[in-house]
Design a protein around this ligand. Structure first.
Ligand SMILES: C[S@@+](CC[C@H](N)C(=O)[O-])C[C@H]1O[C@@H](n2cnc3c(N)ncnc32)[C@H](O)[C@@H]1O
Length: 212
């Protein structure tokens, strides 16, 4: 369980949050079976439900996700979109993409999801602006580039949500390249005069950003 709060508190919060539908519980089990420890990358019930709340509150129609993995957050977010809403998500890992696609086909919200295989920056650069929410959750070294591209793509009233910004606490004592990338990213956004941002201590740290 990836969390920065005591695990009993995380379990309590999860137990008192809207339960997941059976298909998403199955997706978690399949992801754990096939990806082992990597399954910890999946954002999970608390963060997924928070993203749903944001999408519903914004009245969002178009959502972009950077980093699909097995499609957990994509499915959660798609469920909060209206019938004519659209979620574009992208990833480079064929093994994860295969699982994501097989579950999107079975999801009642799968028709809203378009999965693009390939490097996220290429996908982002190919898109027209007008997204209501951009969820950044891929390789940490590219976070500043994803953020700058997301600023181009999201509407003036939209939000950018960025995962793992507390990086299991390693932001306090950065050692490797990913640690330093997250530290640089957090500094970049908090000094960016175009935006207002907040870091929520949900799961591994979720940053929300909106234009001033
Ligand atoms: C943390 S996981 C995403 C989890 C997913 N958002 C969820 O909540 O279920 C990160 C994903 O980013 C993908 N990724 C890494 N580098 C990428 C890149 N350059 N372009 C697109 N996807 C990338 C990885 O393959 C991995 O599946």
């Amino acid at each position: 369980m990836l969390t920065l709060v005591p695990e009993p508190i995380e379990r309590y919060a999860t137990a008192h949050t809207t339960p997941l539908p059976p298909l998403l519980q199955e997706l978690i089990s399949v992801t754990q079976e096939r990806f082992g420890r990597q399954a910890g990358m999946l954002s999970g019930q608390l963060e997924g439900t928070l993203l749903q709340m944001l999408i519903a509150s914004l009245g969002a129609h178009r959502v972009l996700e950077v980093g699909t993995f097995t499609g957990f957050a994509a499915q959660m977010m798609a469920a909060a979109l209206p019938e004519d809403g659209q979620l574009i998500t992208c990833d480079t890992d064929p093994k994860a993409i295969e699982v994501a696609r097989s579950f999107f086909e079975r999801s009642p919200h799968g028709h809203k999801i378009s999965l693009r295989e390939g490097p996220a920056l290429e996908t982002m650069r190919s898109l027209e602006p007008g997204f209501d929410l951009v969820f950044i959750d891929a390789d940490k070294e590219s976070y500043i580039s994803y953020y700058e591209e997301a600023l181009r793509l999201f509407s003036t009233s939209g939000l950018i949500a960025v995962d793992n910004v507390l990086w299991s606490g390693r932001v306090l004592d950065p050692k490797d390249e990913s640690d330093h990338a997250i530290v640089a990213f957090n500094k970049h956004v908090s000094r960016d005069e175009r935006v207002t941002n907040v870091i929520l201590t949900v799961r591994d740290g979720l940053m929300l950003v909106r234009r001033k």
